[in-house]
Design a protein around this ligand. Structure first.
Ligand SMILES: Cc1cc2nc3c(=O)[nH]c(=O)nc-3n(C[C@H](O)[C@H](O)[C@H](O)COP(=O)(O)O)c2cc1C
Length: 474
């Protein structure tokens, strides 16, 4: 496929299922279902585009295994949902090579007052009913034509709360590591037994909780080994996203991604690339040291094929989860494979998608054309000519400790800008991105010489010519 990315475009077995490449769309709630939890045309189209874009693995958004109220969230809690759910694998399989998994979730109640139900409130019989609910949802997913399920044990939800070091239950489901793993182990085992051998069962949990007194990679490596022993098709590692440090906003249900652990879960623009990969690296190392070959999916600001290839080639993970990057441009895998990587619309990690999710609004990308509910396809727009006027050199305004750049809007259908920066005559690298004609660079220090140029692009990712170069120092 792409000569520069041999590992990224190589196949991999996830138990009984083979994925054609290592690009994965991790689960991302779309808020495109109605409150009734049924699949809609827009949901089918969202996943069809991911498949057409060339990802090897698609994990469909968290889908509830029980009837609890949740706002717009898919449901797999009853046989009545099988027909609707079956539209997703049908569309995905027809559009590309992707294998498609359904993420299945159990969550507890949250109220607008800030109150939330916790695992401490659940009776033993309520807890012990959960593995059966997960198993029934997995069976429905297989009937609907999915290639596998992903049992959701990450973030703030019920199974994650069982694994958590904050699980202070005084019975056989709390406190000790073995007790905390007991219910998730039961759930995984019942799911595995409920489906056929041709159906893959993977799971996702936090490699680190990212809260005070939470667990880190020492314990999550033990989770990984346990699920490897039980035959997990893959282990997907996330981080944080907990209720414990969430900020309550007046009149809104608590959203578990509003504190520091939420930042770690969906690291924004100030975080480094591959911000959480050290965790996957550690857990994978422990698995391999103990003789398990279970594939590990790492995620968290891995936004380009070059970076994905590097982390795979270095053996830090086996599958690269790109959630926001593939939301921004689902066609990234196909564009790179076709040698058109320069046309990728690159995520700016602004987290507008996250705040839409928080507010139960349709999750879209800030970089898409205004009003769209789907990413543009590469051929949706006629080839766009973007041309700078002759006197269009960007200007620089010095602010205390920062450099503000401004530039005139070029002619043509501009969707956004990459801002390239060179430091002390080094190469130009993409430093920032934005959708308006101004941007502040505050990662600057005195005594260095910076040079900038602006590269505009259209909604399908086609780049215009770079602007003239402008020099600046503080
Ligand atoms: C809008 C949105 C919705 C998400 N929904 C889910 C979800 O349903 N289940 C899940 O495990 N993770 C969910 N995540 C987390 C992502 O799967 C992913 O782990 C995270 O965004 C970090 O990866 P990235 O840097 O590639 O975006 C969501 C993330 C976003 C931005």
């Amino acid at each position: 496929m792409s000569p520069a990315h041999p590992t990224l475009y190589s196949p991999l077995d996830l138990g009984p299922v083979t994925i054609a490449n290592r690009f994965a769309v991790p689960a991302m709630v779309t808020r495109l279902s109605g409150d009734d939890g049924h699949v809609t045309d827009q949901i089918v189209e969202r996943y069809r585009r991911f498949a057409e874009g060339g990802a090897g693995m698609i994990v469909v958004e968290a889908s509830s295994i029980h009837g609890g109220r949740s706002g717009p969230l898919l449901k797999a809690s009853d046989d009545e949902f099988i027909g609707g759910l079956s539209r997703i694998p049908a569309a995905v399989h027809a559009a590309g090579p992707a294998k498609v998994f359904l993420q299945i979730i159990h969550f507890l109640k949250v109220a607008r007052s800030g109150w939330r139900q916790t695992i401490a409130d659940l009776r033993i019989d309520e807890l012990e009913a959960l593995p059966g609910l997960f198993a029934a949802a997995a069976r429905r997913a297989e009937q609907a034509g999915f290639d596998g399920v992903e049992v959701h044990m990450a973030h703030a939800y019920t199974l994650s709360s069982m694994l958590s070091r904050m699980n202070r239950r005084n019975d056989r489901y709390g406190r000790s590591l073995e007790n905390r793993m007991r219910l998730p182990t039961m759930a995984f085992t019942e799911v595995r037994q409920a489906v056929s051998d041709r159906f893959a069962v993977g799971l996702r949990f936090d490699a680190e909780e990212c809260i005070r007194h939470g667990y880190s990679v020492g314990e999550s490596s033990e989770f990984a080994v346990r699920f490897a022993e039980l035959g997990a098709a893959y282990v997907s590692l996330s981080a944080g996203g907990k209720f414990e440090d969430a900020q309550h906003r007046e009149g809104k249900p608590l959203y578990p991604y509003t504190g520091y652990s939420g930042d770690r879960c969906m690291p924004g623009d100030t975080y480094p690339d591959a911000a959480n990969l050290w965790m996957a690296d550690h857990v994978r190392g422990e698995l391999r040291r103990r003789g398990h070959t279970t594939p590990v999916l790492g995620a968290g600001k891995i936004g380009t094929a070059d970076l994905a290839e590097r982390v795979l080639a270095d053996g830090r993970c086996d599958i690269v989860g790109m959630a926001r990057a593939l939301l921004a441009d689902p066609y990234l895998p196909a564009k790179v494979a076709a040698g058109r990587g320069a046309e990728v619309v690159r995520c700016i990690y602004c987290n507008v998608c996250k705040s839409l999710d928080e507010n139960f609004k349709t999750v879209v990308c800030y970089l898409w054309p205004r009003g769209s509910t789907q990413a543009p396809t590469p051929d949706e727009q006629a080839a766009a000519d973007i041309a700078w006027a002759t006197d269009a050199t960007p200007t620089v305004v010095l602010e205390p400790g920062a450099i503000r750049l401004r530039w005139p809007r070029p002619n043509g259908p501009v969707a956004g800008y990459d801002i390239l920066r060179s430091e002390d005559d080094g190469p130009f690298e993409r430093r920032l991105a934005c959708t308006r004609e101004a941007q502040l660079d505050d990662l600057v220090v005195a005594g260095r010489q910076y040079r900038y140029r602006i590269v505009p692009y259209d909604a399908a990712g086609r780049r215009g010519t770079p602007s003239e170069i402008v020099d600046a120092s503080i």
